[in-house]
Design a protein. Structure first.
Length: 479
């Protein structure tokens, strides 16, 4: 019988005289070589030693090559004097394998330390191997599941397209742990799952950070009280885009002396869910002091816009555009001396409601807070205009009695096709109107069909009654 032997890859096929193929596996004609380097993707300091090994079919014939340093025939690597990302290569006659080595400057090097990181590098390993003050360049690409606890003075600067992606599996991107003077710039930080009352970028208890030009988005943990960013003291938070995060976009607790400026903060939280704590907002600061919130775009949340709660003295909210919020646009609640100045507020309170004898959903509202000035703002088409509230049930804070005293509402423009401007109380006394020095002065109003657009002395009142009660001084009206 005529037979033909065909070689197809590593198989020998025998065909009979009729052409029927009968595969018969004898053996692989030649086994492919393999080589694997260990350890993989290491971080070492300048001048440090690292032993590499190779395993595989012909590991006894390995030839080693290295960049950024030298390596012996036995795989002992000596890092060079320059930080950077380098490679180790192991070659056999039939195979090649490569791994990365990140060289960072060692302590006492006496040089300005700059380290370039690439996707696949561990940022935390680089931090651990570097002294305080090191600058890290995060090159373009995706860095999955990174979680970083920096040292004092470190900076993390991203190239365009540098993304830290928690992949909905890692809780936090940066945790201050008390580190001071850290810089985060140019990074996208997304899909982290912070634990309750924590943030993807967690700065509580830290000092002097600069956080600018980042995008912090889509960080959350289901129903948990998750935040995008939580500030520390003496921070500068500038020109970031912060959106679609858990409960709060920018949060703060016991921070003082921080500037929040020029940010675009929106859709925090992303959906209408039950607020069991009373916290959901684009910006919510609690027990903070001497904070300036200036020149931000704060918009499109189903809850509150800028909310300052239990604040210490000297909070400033100025020059912000606060648009489209389900509840109050700017809320200064149970706090102390502060100023709300030159803001533009539109369409606040669209998820709130009117009720007899009370005011809520104000474009700007001040609750149980003494010595607050509301100056030169524009409030347009909100559920209510500019309102003051004296509510029962609040305990006094550390800086004196929490009463609505010395409220000055002056020089504002209010477009109020519906709703009211004025003061409401539920403590059973008219002192808030007659003896606590709460004054509306030189404001202008554009009014709709509502014939009682003001609230004073527990009553809905007309323009003439508002003036007759002495609530408004030198006010102007248009219908």
């Amino acid at each position: 019988m005529k037979r033909t032997i065909l070689l197809l890859g590593s198989l020998i096929l025998v065909t009979g005289s009729l052409g029927a193929q009968v595969p018969t596996v004898f053996e692989t004609l030649k086994q492919r070589d393999t080589v694997v380097i260990s350890p993989q993707n290491v971080t070492v300091s300048t001048g440090a030693l690292q032993q590499f090994s190779a395993t595989g079919t012909r590991a006894t014939e390995v030839r080693w090559q290295a960049t950024g340093g030298t390596i012996t025939a036995s795989g002992l690597y000596t890092a060079g004097a320059s930080p950077g990302s380098f490679t180790i290569t192991a070659s056999t006659p039939g195979a090649t394998s490569t791994t990365g080595v990140l060289v960072v400057a060692g302590a006492g090097s006496g040089q300005s330390i700059q380290v370039s990181l690439k996707p696949g590098d561990s940022i935390q390993n680089a931090v651990n191997a570097s002294p305080a003050g090191t600058s890290f360049l995060i090159t373009r690409g995706i860095y999955p599941r990174q979680s970083v606890r920096p040292k004092d003075g470190m900076s993390f600067v991203g190239e365009a397209g540098a993304i830290l992606d928690g992949e909905s599996a890692t809780s936090q991107a940066f945790v201050a742990n008390g580190a001071k003077n850290v810089t985060l710039r140019g990074l996208r930080i997304t899909r982290y799952t912070p634990p309750s009352a924590a943030a993807a970028v967690e700065g509580h208890g830290s000092q002097g950070w600069i956080v600018e030009g980042n995008e912090i988005d889509n960080n959350g943990s289901g129903d948990a009280r998750a935040y995008g960013l939580r500030i520390g003291s003496g921070w500068q938070v500038r020109n970031n885009t912060i959106h679609h995060n858990g409960w709060v976009g920018v949060a703060g607790y016991q921070a003082v002396g921080t500037l929040i400026e020029g940010n675009d903060v929106y859709a925090n939280p992303a959906s209408l869910t039950t607020d069991t704590i009373g916290e959901k907002a684009n910006i919510k600061l609690f027990d903070c002091g001497q904070i300036t919130i200036r020149g931000n775009q704060v918009h499109d949340s189903l809850f509150r816009g800028i909310w300052l709660d239990r604040s210490r003295p000297d909070m400033t909210v100025e020059g912000n555009r606060v648009i489209n919020h389900g509840e109050a646009g700017i809320w200064y609640e149970v706090s102390y001396r502060g100023v709300i100045r030159s803001n533009y507020v539109e369409n606040a309170g669209f998820n709130s409601y009117y009720s007899s004898g009370w005011l809520r959903g104000g474009g700007i509202q001040v609750t149980n807070s003494p010595d607050v000035s509301v100056l030169n703002n524009t409030v347009v088409n909100s559920l209510n205009g500019i309102i003051g509230l004296q509510a029962a049930g609040y305990a006094d804070g550390a800086y004196g009695t929490n009463e609505l005293r010395n409220l000055l509402v002056q020089g504002n423009s209010v477009v109020m096709m519906k709703g009211q401007t004025g003061i409401a109380q539920n403590i059973g006394t008219n002192a808030v109107y007659v003896s606590w020095n709460n004054v509306f002065k030189s404001n202008s109003y554009v009014l709709g069909a509502n014939l009682s657009p003001f609230y004073w002395m527990g009553l809905s009142v007309t323009e003439s009654q508002w003036l007759a009660y002495g609530a408004g001084v030198l006010e102007t009206f248009a219908r």
